[in-house]
Design a protein around this ligand. Structure first.
Ligand code: FAD
Length: 318
C-alpha cells in the first residue's frame, strides 16, 4: 500500500514508521531482522531503507599511476525491501538518489521496483562524494531531486525515456521527498529551500519526510512556512534519539542541525555514555509526545542500528 493511503486510512491517528540502513557489505540480513523484530509490535506502517552510493578509492600503483577502485559499503537496498515485504508483509520505501545514476539506470531500477510490487519511493538528490567539492550528477543523470521526481512522475504516466515504447505500463509509485526544518545546508536561506521543496511537490511528490531535528519549535515553524509557501502535502517529522556523547558533535556536522542548549547541558552533566543514552531517550519521548499531541501524521524514527532505543520510545508514546 502507498504511504499516502496509510496516512489517509489513519483518520487522524499518528502512525509509526522507521528508517533502517542496509548492513555493511559482507554482513548478513539477520541483523536487520533482529533489529526489526522487536519493533513489529508497534505495527510500522512502512519501513524506509536508505541507499548508499558507491565511493572511490585511489590506490597508488608501483609505476606511480593511480588505480581507481570503486567501493560500496552498504549495498542491498532493493533486496532488503523485498525481503522485509516477504517476511513481515510490511510496506517498504526504498530511497533512490540522483548521484551516481544515469536516467537510464534510474529507469531500470524503477522497473525492478515496480516488478517487485514496491509502491513507494523516497526521491533524493544524494550528497557529493568525498573528493567532490559540491554535488556533481552523472553526465546523463538527474541533477536535483525535482528532476528525479519528474522522471518517476512521467513513468507513472507511462512515459519512458524511449518515447517510441508502445502501450508502456504506467507505474504507480507514491513519491516522498526530503524537507529540512533547519534548511538544507547548501540553500542560502529557508525561503529559497522552500521554493525548491514546493517545486518537488508540484512535480509529483505526495509527502515530505523531514531531516532529524531536536527542537520541535523548528518543526512547527517549518510546517507553518510550508503552508505559507503553498505546500499542502503531509509532512512527517523524522526523530533521531541521541545514544552517545560523540553524536553531539557528529550529528550537527553531518546533518547540519542544532542541538538545543538544554539538551546539550543535560548531556554535558553525564559521566558516561549509558546516561547520555537515557537523556537521549527521554528527550525523544518528550519530543514525540508533543508532536503526537500536535497531530502530526506519522512519527518516523531513524533507528540507525539502535532499534532497542526506538522500542523503548515507542512503548511510551503509542
Ligand atoms: P534537493 O531537493 O535536490 O536539494 C538540494 C539542494 O539544492 C537544496 O539546497 C535545495 O534548496 C537546492 N535546490 C533544489 N532544486 C534547485 C534548483 N532547481 N536550483 C537551485 N537549487 C536547487 N542521502 C543518501 O545518499 N541516501 C539516502 O538514503 C538518504 N536518505 C535521506 C532521507 C531523508 C529523510 C533526508 C532528509 C535526507 C536523506 N539523504 C539521503 C540525504 C540527502 O541526499 C541530502 O541531504 C542531499 O544533500 C539533498 O538531497 P535532497 O533530495 O533534499 O536534494
Amino acid at each position: 500500500m502507498k504511504v499516502t493511503d496509510h496516512l489517509k486510512n489513519a483518520k487522524g491517528k499518528t502512525l509509526f514508521s522507521i528508517e533502517i540502513l542496509p548492513p555493511l557489505k559482507g554482513q548478513s540480513i539477520k541483523s536487520i531482522f533482529e533489529g526489526i523484530d522487536p519493533l513489529m509490535e508497534f505495527k510500522p506502517s512502512f519501513i524506509d531503507v536508505t541507499y548508499h552510493r558507491e565511493e572511490y578509492l585511489y590506490k597508488k600503483k608501483p609505476d606511480g599511476s593511480l588505480l581507481k577502485k570503486s567501493i560500496k559499503k552498504r549495498p542491498g537496498t532493493v533486496g532488503i525491501c523485498a525481503a522485509l515485504m516477504n517476511k513481515y508483509q510490511v510496506d517498504t520505501v526504498p530511497h533512490i538518489i540522483c548521484g551516481g545514476f544515469s536516467k537510464e539506470e534510474t529507469e531500470n531500477a524503477l522497473i525492478d521496483l515496480n516488478f517487485l510490487g514496491i509502491e513507494n519511493v523516497l526521491a533524493l538528490r544524494g550528497d557529493s562524494i568525498k573528493n567532490e567539492a559540491s554535488f556533481i550528477p552523472e553526465p546523463d543523470g538527474n541533477f536535483y531531486a525535482t528532476d528525479l521526481v519528474n522522471q518517476i512522475a512521467k513513468m507513472n504516466r507511462g512515459e519512458y525515456l524511449e518515447h517510441e515504447l508502445e502501450n508502456a505500463v504506467h507505474t504507480n509509485f507514491c513519491i516522498g521527498v526530503a524537507g529540512y526544518p533547519e534548511k538544507h545546508f547548501e540553500a542560502p536561506n529557508l525561503k529559497s529551500d522552500l521554493k525548491f521543496l514546493k517545486e518537488k511537490v508540484d512535480s509529483g511528490a505526495e509527502y515530505i519526510v523531514t531531516q532529524m531535528f531536536f527542537d520541535n519549535k523548528k518543526f512547527f515553524q517549518f510546517v507553518e512556512k510550508c503552508k505559507e509557501a503553498g505546500i499542502n502535502v503531509p509532512i512527517i517529522p523524522g526523530i533521531k534519539p541521541i545514544t552517545a556523547r560523540k553524536q553531539t558533535t557528529v550529528l550537527p556536522r553531518i546533518f547540519h542541525i542544532d542541538l538545543p542548549e538544554e539538551l546539550q547541558d543535560a548531556i554535558d552533566h553525564c559521566k558516561e555514555d549509558k546516561l547520555v543514552k537515557e537523556i537521549g531517550i527521554e528527550w525523544a519521548i518528550a519530543q514525540s509526545q508533543e508532536l503526537l499531541k500536535a497531530g502530526v501524521p506519522c512519527l518516523h524514527f531513524y533507528t540507525m542500528g539502535t532499534s532497542e532505543v526506538t522500542r523503548r520510545i515507542a512503548s511510551k508514546v503509542y
